[in-house]
Design a protein. Sequence first.
Length: 244
Amino acid sequence: MRDLVEESGLVIETQGLRISRRGQSLLDVPYLRLGGPGPTVILGPNGAGKSLLLRCLHGLIQADAGTVRQNGRALDAEERASQAMVFQRPVMLRRSVAGNLDFVLRRRGLNRAQRQARIAALLAEGGLPSRARQGARSLSVGEAQRLAILRALATEPEVLFLDEPTSALDPGATQAVESLVLRASARGVRIVMVTHDIGQARRLAADVVVMMGGEVVEHGPAAQVLDDPASGAVRRFLAGELIF
Ligand SMILES: Nc1ncnc2c1ncn2[C@@H]1O[C@H](COP(=O)(O)OP(=O)(O)OP(=O)(O)O)[C@@H](O)[C@H]1O
């Protein structure tokens, strides 16, 4: 079991996060600290607030109240530049596969030779070398998701947020994405991933955050949360009961 005590360095901490709309609470997380070395998986049923929390952690949306800090610093432009995010349905630029990666690398100021070397390495990493010249929008959904992750990794992020990246994928394509994510994690990229796939949480997570009704109902080492949850509602969710 990977343990939360084994800190890797990067810590994301939130305090008093709250979002409500039309009098309804959508997110209410008094405190959360993500600091372990391996992937954090945020699990929960539809509408639990997983995406809202992820977007707050990435600074894409501003909560009505509360703070997000990374290594003790507020999420300013510099901290945000150390983060990348991959969405459930990534949008590809109307360019080739290599062109999508080149776009990111050019913005990072790499020269032509550096970009070519990095593109080749990234395509090899994602199992896409044969697709380099293909239009990115003609990729299969599984290939497109791998490219989206490679494009995020091209920014050399310290933190990679993934919002249900495999929800539209079959088992083979899911496995390809999961191994890409695990390799990035092993190289030190801090992974925070939303899923409602409990099997995926078992395969990937070092620690698991379970959300329901906009609240974090449980957070701890994966084995503890998945095999011996403290909350009855989490136990029922993990047992496959329909939770509303
Ligand atoms: N901009 C918004 N305005 C009003 N309600 C919103 C807004 N964004 C999200 N919500 C609501 O907040 C709740 C949480 O949404 P969120 O997308 O975070 O859930 P989720 O756990 O990621 O669910 P799913 O697994 O279905 O993606 C939902 O009820 C959603 O309708």
